[in-house]
Ligand binder design. Sequence first.
Ligand SMILES: Cc1ncc(C[n+]2csc(CCOP(=O)(O)OP(=O)(O)O)c2C)c(N)n1
Ligand SMILES: [Mg+2]
Length: 355
Amino acid sequence: MPISTVFEGKISRMQILDESGIVDTALEPKLQTEMLDKIYRLLVLGRVWDKKSLALQRTGRIYTYPPLEGQEAISVGATLAAGMDDWLFPTYREASLVYYMRGHPSYKSNLMWMGLEDGLKLDKRIRCFPYATPIATQLPHAVGAAYALRMKGEKAATIAFCGDGGTSEGDFHDALNFAGVWNAPCVFVVSNNQWAISVPRKEQTKSETLAQKAIAYGIRGIQVDGNDVLAVYKAVKEAADDARAGKGPTLIECITYRMGPHTSADDPKKYRDSDEVERWRALDPIKRFQVYLLGKGIWNEDYEKKVLEETAAFVEKTVQQAEAFKPDPKDIFRYQYARMPKNLEEQMEECFGSK
Ligand SMILES: Cc1ncc(C[n+]2csc(CCOP(=O)(O)OP(=O)(O)O)c2C)c(N)n1
Ligand SMILES: [Mg+2]
């Protein structure tokens, strides 16, 4: 018997806006000026808010922070590509920006990083799950939610984010497997930022791409330039449209780089060289979008100045609102159980003199 090939797989890579801002007009999504302006402002907000948050942590005004610098195009592109009926499952890293884009007041995201649970009280109408610190645990949740949406007859998808490190977790594989078997309307967006704290991408897996992991589970997989907001937008939009149309899940690997530390508690100089960081700085997602907007007649120095001023004022106001917030200390008791047991009720009364 001759040996035959029973399966062959391949993974495509999409880039629409290259490092220097040159656009592939055949793939370019046709977005109105208003939308392009919105994208730019959100990218800048992500950057400015991020820098401010890290500075606040350094001065003891928030307690921990996982910077997003360099990865803004994924959060912005994917969130704008989602429909308002879709449910989003961000990780800690993109949570602030994703929640804000869906309608969560910005100061509440600052509250999250100030350790206040009030920050994660998400209005159901914004259709976002609270982020979870254990990595990749949101992925099986997103598949279950996608399955539930279909059972309820809702024409909606779930968009689940995770990191390159997250793809080594059992939860990632459970999620992809069930998503495939159930043909769940779920889109997996992997931010491959090359590092899982101090563990480089090459030590996560021997696979050449993370996108090809989709193949083993019988679902679509694609790799996109994660510093290209147009490519992320297009890939997520098409995948979410397919999911809602009953065509099943997609895994999207977005190639990017974490420019800053893993969190405010990390010192990346201990495990990676600055040459690598500088190489990636040249691939910055905001710079190339500026060039693109310049070509469209939207970007100029006055526009830049205006966007930066307005963004800085917005971030300042966000900080002021968060710092003026007075948490209710009774929440410490209220958050323990859905229905408070008698002993806690008594303790709360003893502490505060009332329930
Ligand atoms: C289940 C689990 N194991 C370990 C950790 C500790 N931890 C926190 S973040 C992280 C790395 C995650 O890397 P990646 O998925 O690439 O996301 P990134 O932080 O780069 O955005 C690890 C190992 C955790 N939070 N949860
Ligand atoms: Mg990572």
